[in-house]
Design a protein around this ligand. Structure first.
Ligand code: ADP
Ligand code: ZN
Length: 717
């Protein structure tokens, strides 16, 4: 028996299969999609078995061993990998590697083990039993296996019972995570929810888009749909952004569905992830909730793939190869296994909503919040005036509103999209700014550690009072971060208990859950945070949400900045007034007339959509044009630039109506001592593009000085 193995080499040139002999003792165990260890030249490498042959004409080396017995790439994942390779111009092996959890990578495996619990079975023996031993035997009347603890309640020396042959030890796998029994009663769907649910299950389309305002009960509809499929014997995957994969969310599902739920998220240890993955592979879990990569879990018999908050950037892998969109891949997987896809959001991406209107996606709508609760009133504070009477970052209006809520003992969420103490430290005398030596990006001041840090590479340096360039004592900080606002609040609201939640305060395992639990229990009055607080949270007692500076995201030089600002404000506003008490939102801005702000004040997604679409059409941006971004990087700046020019030229030959921009240093020019240039091509049909890309791909196979990333429809560049 001969196995064709795709070997894990990063070199694109070797992205092909090699034949290996299957030794007799492994013949029973090998299957397609399984991972094996093979000799390759002088090395030992891992690879995936993709097919089998009867024999080979040449002498072959043996497969050395099998890596995991029950984790394989299922049939549909093997197919999906091939599609992914085509769509992203990456190697097949990198696509398969992306699909498996980190816990299974060679370097991790040494630390991860399977845990076992000890159970005992009854053995027939011919000896006189004491009264106490007889009691133990009785325990086995209605059970085959009994755990150690139960037995020791009757007979403390369990080992002795094994030694005399009365009991036999049996090891059973122990999963690190356990879920409580189903306890929550489900809600009866409202008429509006019922209509959406019925339309979804009674029609036969492939992709659905559920546009429902915040608090309209989308999650409740998802659960009902999942329940429907469960009763049909089918399974479900639900993707949520990492940031909203809160313990609250997971709890809501495990309470309703119990132990058939598996959750995959970054707060799990690698061992816990490994266990969850095996439960899925064995068919013990039937509902999988997780972040982007959970899409690739080895779940069988899938009925529906749900993608909540579908507009979120977290579904796009744009920092490493393969550059893919989980939405595109979910649609591809659903076609292979004949499942449905349900995208949901209060603020769908423009691309998705446009497809909804064109009936490429089946559009479903929830216009109202559950039980007729109103969306919160949004008040815009014009900081051009407000700044004169403001205290620190807080306008008078916001201070008054906050005080009023605190007096009533209600809770507040404040959003500031910037961590650290202040943005940049500059010299007023000579204009010097501290920048990261590796990244060409301004450093951020952190007061708690009294240093400057690079948020890209982690570089840190001490700061002192004199400017390193002109030696004047004129350094000052511009912009505010969460740390500074927290300090301001101690002065303005001395009696309020403030909880700061951002990347810096949530690095410890479990800290995220603890903070949210504490806030829910009202141990704090105010939750101050970065966009971590904008999504998915559901607190009854929150009646005021403040956005300290709505301009932060508006000022990012990116074609999506308006869309992202609208979305951020709408999502944040959605966190308040979800229960009986009415909510109010304060937005501080220097751009009160910007349409992203005025439409979010009116909660008018459709109005915003049409206005933004006009701009996209005029500027030839998505969804009117597709974008291909080619990122060229390397250590040698001039070499990278020259290669970029060459690539540009080779592309020019193929282009007709397409638009080519660059090469430019837009975005992050220098990160970690690597220089980046970008070429942008806007196009409507991909025929010419594919041809040019194929040629380029061949030309760059063995170039180790220059790295080329091909990114279709990036969100940021
Ligand atoms: P969304 O996902 O659209 O933000 P959720 O599904 O989280 O909305 O629902 C918002 C709140 O309303 C939740 O607290 C949820 O438990 C409650 N809810 C949802 N549907 C119903 C219903 N049919 N009856 C009563 N309460 C509901
Ligand atoms: Zn850096």
């Amino acid at each position: 028996m001969v196995a064709c193995v795709l070997v894990e080499l990063s070199n694109k040139a070797l992205d092909k299969m090699f034949d290996y002999n299957v030794p007799k003792e492994l013949e029973e165990k090998v299957k397609i999609g399984i991972r094996v260890k093979v000799p390759f030249g002088m090395q030992k490498l891992e690879g995936f078995i993709l097919s089998f042959k009867d024999k080979s004409d040449i002498e072959l080396r043996d497969i050395e061993s099998i890596v995991d017995n029950d984790i394989v790439l299922t049939d549909d994942l093997l197919k999906l990998g091939k599609i992914m390779k085509e769509k992203t111009y990456s190697s097949l092996i990198s696509c398969y590697q992306t699909m498996l959890p980190k816990a299974l990578k060679a370097s991790y495996k040494t630390n991860i083990n399977i845990k076992y619990d000890n159970f005992y079975k009854l053995n027939n023996v011919n000896i006189n039993l004491t009264q106490k031993m007889k009691e133990v035997v009785k325990l086995f009347n209605d059970k085959e296996l009994i755990d150690k603890k139960t037995i020791s309640n009757y007979y403390s020396n369990v080992k002795k019972l094994v030694d005399i042959g009365l009991l036999k030890e049996v090891k059973k796998e122990h999963y690190r995570l356990t879920y409580d029994k189903v306890t929550a009663e489900k809600h009866k769907l409202t008429d509006e929810q019922e209509k959406v649910y019925n339309e979804f299950i009674s029609t036969e389309d492939n992709v659905y888009l559920l546009h429902g305002v915040t608090g309209s009960g989308k999650t409740e509809v998802y659960m009902e749909i999942i329940d429907y499929f469960l009763k049909q014997g089918k399974t479900s995957i639900m993707l949520v952004p990492e940031i909203s994969l809160t313990p609250q969310m997971v709890e809501r599902f495990t309470k309703r569905f119990g132990s058939v739920v598996a959750a995959l998220h970054s707060a799990l240890s690698e061992g816990e992830k490994y266990d969850e993955w095996r439960r899925i592979a064995r068919g013990e879990a039937k509902i999988v909730i997780g972040a982007r990569s959970a899409l690739f879990c080895p779940l069988k018999n899938i009925g529906v793939i749900i993608i909540d908050e579908e507009h979120s950037d977290s579904y796009i892998q744009d920092d490493k190869n393969p550059h893919y969109s989980a939405i595109d891949m979910a649609i591809e997987r659903s076609k292979i296994v004949k499942a449905k896809v349900l995208l949901g959001s209060a603020t769908p991406s423009l691309e998705s909503y446009a497809r909804g209107l064109k009936k490429v996606y089946h559009l479903l709508t929830l216009k109202n919040r559950v039980n007729g609760k109103t969306l919160p009133v949004v008040k815009i504070i014009d900081m051009n005036y407000g700044i004169r009477t403001a205290v620190g970052s807080f306008s008078r209006e916001l201070i008054n509103a906050l005080n009023e809520k605190l007096e009533k003992n209600e809770q507040v969420i404040l959003l500031l999209n910037r961590r650290g103490y202040s943005r940049v430290v500059t010299c007023k005398n000579c204009g010097f700014t501290y920048k990261c030596p590796n990244c060409d990006i301004a450093l951020t001041y952190h007061k708690s550690t009294n240093n400057l840090r690079c948020h890209y590479c982690g570089f840190a340096t001490k700061v002192d009072n004199t400017c390193p360039k002109c030696h004047e004592n004129d350094l000052s900080s511009i912009g505010v971060g969460t740390e500074k606002v927290e300090e301001e609040m101690k002065k303005i609201f001395p009696n309020a208990k403030v909880l700061r939640m951002d990347y810096d305060t949530t690095t410890k395992k479990g800290s995220h859950k603890k903070m949210l639990d504490d806030f829910k229990e009202h141990k704090y009055d105010i939750l101050l945070g970065t966009q971590i607080v904008a999504k998915g949270l559901d607190f009854e007692n929150v009646t005021l949400v403040g956005i300290i500076n709505a301009d932060t995201s508006l000022n990012i030089p990116n074609y999506r900045s308006s869309e992202e600002t609208f979305s951020l404000i709408s999502q944040t506003a959605g966190r308040c007034g979800r229960a009986d008490k009415e909510g109010v939102v304060y937005i501080q801005t220097f751009n009160k007339d910007h349409y992203a702000i005025t439409y979010s004040k009116k909660h008018d997604y459709v109005g915003f959509y049409h206005e933004e679409m006009n701009i996209r059409r005029k500027l030839k941006y998505p969804p009117y044009y597709y974008i291909l971004y080619i990122k060229i990087s390397g250590k040698d700046n001039s070499l990278v630039y020259n290669e970029s020019l060459r690539i540009k030229k080779s592309f020019m030959k193929y282009l007709k109506d397409e638009i080519l921009l660059g090469p430019s240093t837009a975005g992050n020019y220098k990160i970690n001592n690597i220089y980046h240039y970008g070429i942008i091509i806007k196009y409507k049909s991909d025929i010419n593009i594919k041809e040019a890309l194929d040629l380029m791909n061949k030309a760059y196979i063995s170039n180790n000085k220059i790295k080329i990333d091909i990114i279709f429809n990036p969100r940021h560049f």
